[in-house]
Write a protein that binds this ligand. Sequence first.
Ligand code: SF4
Length: 137
Amino acid sequence: MLDRLTDLILFRYTNQGKDDNSNSTPYITMGSIVWGGLVRIGIIIVVTWSVVEYYDLRDYWMIPLLLIVAFVIYPASRQYYHFTGRIEVMQEETLCGSCKHFDPTSQLCRVFDEHVSTTYIPCEGDSWEPLSYEERS
Ligand code: SF4
C-alpha cells in the first residue's frame, strides 16, 4: 500500500522497469495515470496555496504553473506513451489483443473483469471472439 502510494507520487518511474506485459496486475493503466496526476496536482495546489498565502508571493503566480507542467503534465505524458506502447505490443502478441472483449485502456477482459497478460488469459481461449473490421481500424 505504502509502496503503491509512493510510486503514485513519484510518477511510478520506480516501477517502469517492472511494468511489462507479463505482469498479472499492470502497474500503469489509464486509471493510474489519471489518479496519479490528480494526487500530484492536489499536493501542488495545497502546498503552493499555503506558501503564497504565508509569504505573500502573488507576483510569482507562474511558479505553480511550471510545477504543474513539470510534475503533473510531463510525467503523465511519459506514462501515457509508455502505456500505449506496451498495449500495442500486447495487442500484437496475445490472443486477447485480437478479441472484441479486450479493453485496451484498462488492460481488462470485459467478460471476466480481470486483467490479461502474456502469461494469463482468463478464458484460456474459450470466449475469444474476433474484432470486427470496424473495431480493428
Ligand atoms: S474473452 Fe478470452 S480472449 Fe477475449 S479478452 Fe477475455 S480472456 Fe481474452
